[in-house]
Design a protein around this ligand. Structure first.
Ligand code: AMP
Length: 207
């Protein structure tokens, strides 16, 4: 699932994965949850994330390779936040050699909407559930809601710039494929979810 920061990728990927009973693989979540064993690599990744930059391609490719080899991903999976560069998109094709088709759904949202959404985004300090500034406490556990570390205004601008520069080209890389679909992300969550389900079904049917 592709889309700029704030497009609703995480929410939609989670929902789609639940409906289809496949895992959602989010490189951002893995990086935030600090499941990186090497301390120096972990520190470097954290610095880059906090500044709104992308972490090293090799690191995320390794994370995805490892995750997709797990038994629960054998029947399919939803990739959220990967690939983000052409250097990640190319090895992904090789990782999936015998597991095609790779269905690519791009969620499109105008930049002004993205900035508003990113600035009002919150996350539960206890359980990590995403929320918005309109809520007082976490809907899942009642915990305190805080901004995501990388949703600071300057960092938001940087993440959007990095997206346009490094990630927009992968949309063009996939756009020519018959398995590419684009959906309008500037509508209510339910409608976006329905459009995504229809887009995927138009490629692979109900399987
Ligand atoms: P996300 O939760 O997908 O918005 O990712 C949060 C941050 O994690 C990004 O701003 C990057 O710093 C890092 N990150 C996540 N996925 C990738 C990726 N595929 N390539 C490089 N950096 C990534």
């Amino acid at each position: 699932m592709l889309g700029p920061p704030g497009a609703g990728k995480g929410t939609q990927a989670e929902r789609f994965a639940r409906d289809r009973r496949v895992p959602r693989v989010s490189t951002g979540d893995v990086l935030r949850q600090a499941q990186i064993e090497d301390e120096a690599t972990h520190r470097r990744a954290k610095l880059l994330m906090d500044a709104g930059h992308l972490v090293d391609d090799d690191l995320v490719i390794g994370i995805v390779r490892h995750r997709l080899a797990a038994p629960d991903a054998s029947a399919g999976f939803v990739l959220d936040g990967f690939p983000r560069t052409l250097l990640q998109a190319e090895p992904l094709d090789h990782l999936l050699d015998d597991r095609q088709p790779l269905v690519v759904v791009d969620i499109e949202v105008p930049e002004a909407t993205l900035v508003d959404r990113l600035r009002s985004r919150r996350v539960c300090a206890s359980c990590g559930t995403p929320a918005t500034a309109a809520l007082m406490v976490c809907g899942a556990c009642g915990g305190k809601l805080v901004p995501r570390r990388d949703d600071d205004f300057a960092v938001v601008q940087e993440r959007l710039r990095v997206y346009a520069e490094q990630s927009q080209p992968i949309v063009e890389f996939y756009r020519r494929r018959p398995t590419f679909r684009s959906v309008d992300g500037d509508q209510p969550q339910e409608s976006v979810a329905a459009d995504i389900a229809a887009a995927v079904a138009s490629v692979v049917g109900g399987r």
